[in-house]
Structures are given as C-alpha cells and as structure tokens.
Design a protein around this ligand. Structure first.
Ligand code: FAD
Length: 642
C-alpha cells in the first residue's frame, strides 16, 4: 500500500473556477463535507480571466429580452446541435444565478436607473451580458470566494473549525480518479502537492470535475497553463464518455503582436461597445461574410450597423457581432487572401469610434493590455487581432439536470462538460453556464451521496498504480539515454494540433495529425525529468502531457469522423452544413481493449441527440428550422404540412 496523506470527504470538487466553487457551495449548503482541490493558487482559476460578462436574460437593457429569446440565440449559435435541455435550463436559470451573486456581494456595473447593466455581445439579440468593466470573471470569483469564507465562518461558529465542512486544497494536482474495484463507481482521487511533490489521496463517494478546457494543446491560445484537458482525460481513463470533442472555438480576436503575447484575448466587448473590424484596405469586411442561415438578421450597410448601437428596435445588428465561428473564419479568409495587417491579423478599431476617456472607462484592461504588452494605445490607433484557440464546446457527457456523467459518482460542470453549447458557444454563455450547471452538479452530487447505502472503498491497487505512473518520468525506460524532453514534446503536440486540427480542417491533415499523435504517444513513455519532486515544473508538464495527448486524439478522431462543417468545426473538404449530421453527436471514450495505462487510445461512436421538446421547437419559425433540420424531423411542427 502506498504511504500517502489521506483525506475523507463526502464530495470532492476538482477545480476552483466558477463551476467548481458554485458546485462546492451547493454541496456544502446541503450539509455535506466538501473539499475543493485546484492545481493553481486559490483565486487564480481561468474564470478570473473572463472579461466581457455573464449572459442572462434579465431584460434590464431591453425589456423584450426573455429566457425564450436567450434559448433561441444559444441554439442558433450552436447550430442546433446543443443539448436543448441544457440550453433551456441555462436560459431560464441564468438570471437567478446573477441576482444570487449580487445578493452575495457582487458589484456589477449599473444602468442609469440603477439596475445591473447589460452589454451587447456576438449572437445575442439584446444587450444581455452583466459585467464589471472588462473584469467580470474577477468579480465572479471574488464573490464566490467570499461566499465560501462566509460558510466557513458559519461552520467555525458552530463547530470551532473553519474547515469542518469546506476545505480548499490549493496547488494540488489530481492525476487520476480512483474507483471501487468491484463496482467501478468513483471512490476518490489521487494527486500531488505541487510544492512538495508529495502524494495525496482523497476518498469521496462523489467527485465533481470542474477543471476547465484544453487550450494548451494548441500553439496559439488565449488559455493559461492550467488548461491541459485534465478533467476530460481523467474522466475517460476512469470510464466516462466525452461528447462533441470536434468542436473547438477559435476566438476571432486574439492579440497577434508581439510574438510573446500572441493569442492573448481581446474581449468581444470591444466590438459590443462599438469597435469594428477592418482589413488592410480600411474596409469593414464583415458585411461580406453574413452566411445564408443568418440572412436578414444583420445590417447590410455601415450606416444601419452604426445606428443599431443607438436604436436596436429599428435597425439590425452589425455583422462584426456575428457568432465567433463566423468572424474567425472571415478573418482567416481576409488574411489568406492578402488583406491582412502587418503582422498577419486584421485591424480592430475602437479609437476612431469614441472618445479616449470613454474607451478607458469601458475597457480598462484592454487599454492596459495593449499599452503594456504591445506599446499600442487603443484610444489612438487600431489593434491587430487574429483567431486564437479559446474554448472547447465538447467535454464530459452529462445528464443536463444533475451533471451526472456516465460513471456512477462522477459529475462534471463548466467548460470540462459538454453539450450545452452545441457546435459553437456564444460569448458570455460560459460564465452563466458555470453558475447554472455548477449549482446543479453540486446538487446532483449531494443527492447521489445521500442515496448511497455505503461508501465505495478506494481500490488500493489503483493508488499504487497512480503513484507509479506519477513517478515514471524520474525513471524512464530509456535508462541512461537522455530520454524525451517534456517541453519539446509539448511544443510538437501544440504545433500538430495548430497546423493539422486547427480552424480549417481536411481529411489528409487530420489523418496526419493522428499519425503525429500516435508517434508522440510512443515517445511520451520515455519522457524524462531531472531533479526532485519539490516544485518541478518539468515533471508537472510530463504528467499533463498524458492528458493533452488523450484529449488531442479525441479532438482529431471526432473531427475526422464528422464530414460536414458546423460551428467550431470547419472542413475544407466538406464545407457545407449537412442536416443529416444535425442530430448526430460523436461520443468519445477510452478504447475498451487498450490496457495501456499511460495514454490509452480512444474510440469514437455516433449517437443520436434526443429530439427537441415540441414546445421548444415551436419557439422557432419553420423557415429557420428548415435551414438546419431534415424534412421528416419537422412534420410535427405547427407550421409544417398537415
Ligand atoms: P476554470 O475557471 O478554468 O477553473 C478550472 C480549475 O480547475 C482551476 O482551479 C484549475 O486549477 C483546476 N484544475 C485543472 N486541472 C486540475 C487538476 N488536474 N487537478 C486539480 N485542479 C485542476 N466566458 C464568458 O462567459 N464571458 C467572458 O467574458 C469570457 N471571457 C474570457 C476571457 C478569457 C481570456 C478566457 C480565456 C476565457 C473567457 N471566457 C469567458 C470563458 C470562461 O472564462 C471559461 O470558459 C470559464 O471560466 C471556465 O470556468 P471553469 O470553472 O469551467 O474552469
């Protein structure tokens, strides 16, 4: 038996971003002993970086907004592949979650009459994003942390122990989920302290994964070092399934210069507040890129687009605010056709659109980001921007109502869960997703624990295997040979994903990507690290590589299988949306016949999305649905043939 530090909880939440914190608060409020584990400092989750805001149909900026309009926008953004039940719950519950945050102390920007202010964002019919300047994620995390402290103070008052029911384990990385050997149900998790390298085992009958996305598998990304697909890979290795992994969002506006900051996000709020995209000819090129499915919904002239910012009742929105997949592809085309900016992007101009003081007031982080990192004054000149890997729509397959995965005891929420956003996420719909489904996963996990007759025991052989796997890079099979360098392998993986499974895909390139991943899978066995277990970033990366390789294969294999273009999956060899694919989702799981403990292979299978409930389908007009659905799917629509 491996000697390790041991902890016992009812619910273990892995991840301290918005989803993890909201899940933990819910589990603790149901009276369960809850642990939060996160691999970075507490308070430094990815959610902190969220800039533009949190989408919720509160109707503060336009009283015509409602959950039905938000639902419709979300389904359109996802090209009707979304889990409609998740989109429904999300649209209905997001306002309550925002008001709840306010009651816990969040200080949102206000409208002139004192209500929570809401801003425009791509794909949202009305101004809908509750925000705090361009630092919304920071306020969201601050508020959730404050709520956790309040709960800990209540526990202290009752028991004399702040951590009696809620404890945070920061800078602690989970490398494997642990299961009950006889039932396969989740029983806990294995990890290490980043500072000391010592191992730690958590026993818990319910585990909530809230580990975020996969961006660090790509070379140009807005994501931080934490996004290495850990939750998705942990879930697959333990036996759960992923869904929709071919859909990766490339945000249209990342910084393109200087190279050291390439990929860092420029919030969509810049366009929401009036900024416009231009090519090297000074042309506002987005007017030429409105796709057929959105015909009639966007302004056709610059005058109308500009009037829309002031009068949304009588004008159509600017195509600068088309959904992200459309804008990213348009920028890609402009650059490819020689109308790009000096450093290979396009121009984003807000300087000529409003006074400098107003830009600094509305977009303080953007102002400082460009001034300090690129020596560009965005109040005086245009920014250079281009697509950057930003978000993964796919993730762990979950039950919409409870967040339960396909593995008993395992729950997931936030960016690491799949389904909600279909083939493309609308900006602002992630922060609301974290709150709605974080709460639901906490509730689901608490209900599951309450219904258990006994706690599943941790399989000690699993603990020993996880410890051996974690130590392998200190003693690679290559022995005295230099072994593989984790940083070099990571760079090769990022290059392959960027070049071969990026924004525009072809069969030949994805096949080449799978060959490259196969080669890297073999080489990762020989990855070698120097030094000891105390704070050793090379070792940490060596362990993360297993996850990135497994998730990379899930993305490439699913993308190869889907022979159409939809949302965050564009095939040069299959450029059209195919209604035959609309109701088909791709499910990825660990290959059952591959015993490889290092990077097991994945298999991809097709499954059917449940047909949308009739009352929800009727929220859309028939002519719109006909752009996405097959005729037999629409016979029950009231507008259809009798
Ligand atoms: P995160 O907030 O990333 O939290 C993940 C947590 O998991 C972290 O605590 C991490 O340490 C932990 N973790 C990961 N792996 C492990 C492991 N193996 N062991 C232990 N802990 C682990 N969305 C919007 O809706 N509006 C916006 O304005 C917006 N702006 C954005 C701006 C930027 C620059 C970026 C990058 C994203 C933005 N997004 C926005 C997207 C949104 O921020 C994320 O999708 C969301 O914050 C993800 O939250 P999460 O709780 O799922 O994960």
């Amino acid at each position: 038996m491996t000697e390790t530090e041991r902890h016992d909880y009812d619910v273990l939440v892995i991840g301290a971003g918005g989803a993890g914190l909201r899940a933990a608060i819910e589990a603790r409020e149901r009276g369960l002993r809850t642990a939060i584990v996160c691999k970075s400092l507490f308070g430094k989750a990815h959610t902190v970086m969220a800039e533009g805001g949190c989408a919720a149909a509160m109707g503060n900026a336009n009283s015509r907004d409602s959950w039905q309009v938000h639902f419709r926008d979300t389904m359109r953004g996802g090209k009707f592949l979304n889990s409609w039940r998740m989109a429904e719950l999300h649209a209905k519950e997001a306002p309550d979650r925002v008001w709840e945050l306010e009651s816990w102390g969040a200080l949102f920007d206000r409208t002139a009459d004192g209500r929570i202010s809401q801003r425009n964002f791509g794909g949202h019919t009305y101004p809908r994003l509750a925000h705090v300047g361009d630092r919304t994620g920071l306020e969201l995390i601050r508020t959730l942390q404050q709520r956790i402290v309040a709960l800990q103070q209540a526990d202290h008052a009752e028991t004399g122990d702040y951590e009696a029911r809620l404890r945070v384990f920061a800078e602690c990385t989970v490398t494997e989920l642990l299961t009950d050997a006889s039932t396969g149900a989740v029983a806990g998790a294995f990890g290490y302290w980043r500072e000391s390298g010592r191992f730690v085992v958590f026993s818990a009958p319910a585990v909530v994964l809230a580990t975020g996305g996969i961006g660090k598998s790509f070379q140009v990304t807005s994501n931080s070092w934490e996004y290495t697909g850990d939750g998705q890979a942990l879930a697959m290795r333990a036996g759960a399934s992923l869904v929709d992994m071919e859909f990766v969002q490339f945000h249209p506006t990342g910084m393109v210069w200087p190279p050291s900051v390439k990929g860092i996000l420029v919030t969509e709020g810049v366009r929401g507040d009036g900024g416009v995209l231009k090519n090297s000819d000074g042309e506002r090129f987005m007017f030429g890129y409105v796709p057929d499915v959105f015909t009639g919904q966007y302004a056709q002239s610059e005058d109308e687009a500009d009037r829309w910012y002031e009068d949304q009742e009588n004008n159509r929105r600017t195509p600068d605010l088309l959904p992200r997949d459309e804008v990213a592809r348009a920028i890609n085309t402009e650059v490819k056709e020689g109308r790009g900016s000096e450093h290979g992007g396009v121009y984003l101009d807000i300087a000529s659109r409003m006074p400098a003081a107003e830009i600094q007031r509305r977009l303080p982080s953007m102002y400082h980001q460009f001034k300090e990192l690129a020596d560009v004054d965005i109040t005086a000149e245009a920014m250079e921007v281009g697509p950057t890997c930003h978000y993964v729509m796919g993730g762990i397959a979950v039950d919409p109502d409870t967040g339960a995965s396909t593995l008993p005891g395992l729950y997931a929420a936030g960016e690491c869960a799949g389904g909600m956003h279909g083939s493309n996420r609308l900006g602002g719909n992630s922060l609301s997703d974290l709150l709605v489904f974080g709460r639901r996963a906490g509730l689901g996990a608490a209900g599951y624990v309450a219904g258990l007759a006994s706690r599943p025991p941790v399989d000690e052989a699993g603990v020993d295997a996880a410890a051996a796997m974690a130590l392998a890079p200190f003693d690679p099979p290559s022995g005295d040979l230099p072994g593989e360098n984790p940083y070099a392998l990571h760079a090769e993986l990022q290059q392959a994903m960027n070049d071969l499974v990026g924004i525009i895909r072809t069969e030949a390139e994805m096949t080449a990507a799978l060959d490259r991943l196969d080669e890297l899978r073999t080489r990762v066995r020989d990855v070698a690290v120097e030094g000891h277990r105390q704070y050793n970033p090379g070792w940490h990366l060596a362990l993360d590589l297993r996850n990135m390789l497994m998730v990379g294969e899930a993305v490439a294999s699913s993308a190869l299988r889907r022979t159409e273009s939809r949302g965050g999956h564009t095939r040069e060899d299959y450029p059209a949306l195919d209604p035959q694919w609309r109701h088909r989702v791709l499910v990825t799981r660990r290959a059952p016949d591959d015993p490889d403990p290092v990077v097991p292979r994945v298999v991809v299978e097709e499954a059917e999305r449940d047909p949308m409930r009739p009352d929800l389908l009727e929220l859309f007009d028939l002519p719109e649905l006909e752009k996405y659905y097959t005729a037999p799917e629409l016979v029950t629509h009231p507008g259809g043939e009798p």
